[in-house]
Design a protein around this ligand. Structure first.
Ligand SMILES: Cc1cc2nc3c(=O)[nH]c(=O)nc-3n(C[C@H](O)[C@H](O)[C@H](O)COP(=O)(O)OP(=O)(O)OC[C@H]3O[C@@H](n4cnc5c(N)ncnc54)[C@H](O)[C@@H]3O)c2cc1C
Length: 267
């Protein structure tokens, strides 16, 4: 039965992503998993077919897209046979939305075109060694000192954490609870930031890291939104992230089922 939610435009985009996956990812996915990374050039190639810009404002290099377009992208990327490649390749889909929503206009204009064209990599850093589910209790501190924030603390399990050029980091600028949480845009080369690569049971091609902030000085203008607005921005992110994760999980399950049936029929 024809799916009532997908238009001809969705299906045309599906074909474009399918060809991209067949040509640019699937043949190399196993080797990239073994190597524990994939070439940075893939970001630029993904940007060329509009994959990185999906749903972001056109003025910064985005491509108009509804949720179904993003679901189509998740479904087709799942066919690559490497969850790790799509996780890192698309880490900007969680790192960059808060920038697009709430960063200062000059920062948006500088940073978003670089990310959406694939020249720079964006990551989101919320989870800490002490916990990830309870965002309102995060501990990494950012203390205002003149025209800078001074950040100290640790983030872990961060996708694209080793090679991200821009890290959207959840920090505590205020008191306890959700209202004390803010978001800061921290450049990957900021003094006082060091990173440790993490090994995983799967998703090997995805870069996953622990970030250590040791009195890391960040210009105050890099605050995303107002102080205390971080929790709300993170929850807005989670709405689309949950949809994307659900689409990817069902698509990965479909790939496994198709491959199992194909294999069984050969035996
Ligand atoms: C491959 C990978 C990539 C990731 N990428 C990123 C990333 O890019 N950025 C990022 O910020 N994070 C990332 N994460 C972290 C991920 O978001 C966290 O693992 C997740 O938020 C859960 O946090 P946790 O692992 O600390 O578990 P915990 O928060 O310690 O939770 C452990 C268990 O306790 C339960 N629990 C927690 N609190 C409560 C409560 N109050 N009441 C009842 N039950 C509770 C949870 O449901 C869970 O079952 C990544 C993780 C993985 C594995």
């Amino acid at each position: 039965m024809k799916n009532p939610f997908y238009t001809a435009e969705h299906e045309a985009f599906r074909e474009v992503v399918r060809r991209f996956v067949d040509r640019e990812i699937a043949p190399f996915a196993t080797a990239w998993d073994e190597a524990g990374e994939f070439p940075r050039a893939l970001y630029g190639k993904a940007a060329e077919i509009g994959l990185l810009g999906l749903g972001f404002p056109e003025q910064f290099g985005g491509v108009p897209a509804d949720q179904f377009m993003k679901i189509v992208a998740s479904q087709e990327l799942a066919r690559a046979g490497s969850g790790g490649v799509s996780a890192s390749l698309m880490s900007h889909t969680i790192g960059a939305p808060p920038i697009a929503r709430a960063a200062r206009p000059d920062i948006k204009a500088r940073v978003l075109p670089e990310i959406l064209s694939g020249r720079k990599i964006s990551a989101l850093a919320i989870t800490e060694p002490s916990g990830g589910s309870d965002v309102a209790r995060l501990r990494t501190k950012a203390r205002r000192n003149g025209d800078h924030y001074v950040v100290s603390g640790e983030k872990t399990f961060i996708t694209s954490g080793m090679r991200a050029d821009y890290l959207t980091v959840a920090v505590r600028t205020g008191g306890d609870g959700a209202s004390g949480v803010s978001l800061l845009l921290i450049p990957g080369d900021a003094a006082g930031l060091t990173r440790t690569k993490l090994d995983k049971m799967g998703w090997w091609a995805s870069d996953t890291a622990t970030l250590h902030f040791d009195d890391c000085r960040v210009p105050a203008e890099n605050l995303i939104g107002e102080e205390g607005e971080g929790f709300k921005l993170i929850m807005q992110n989670f709405n689309s992230e949950r949809m994307g994760m659900a689409a990817s999980c069902t698509a990965f399950a479909r790939v496994c089922l198709d491959e199992a049936i194909g294999y069984a029929k050969e035996r």
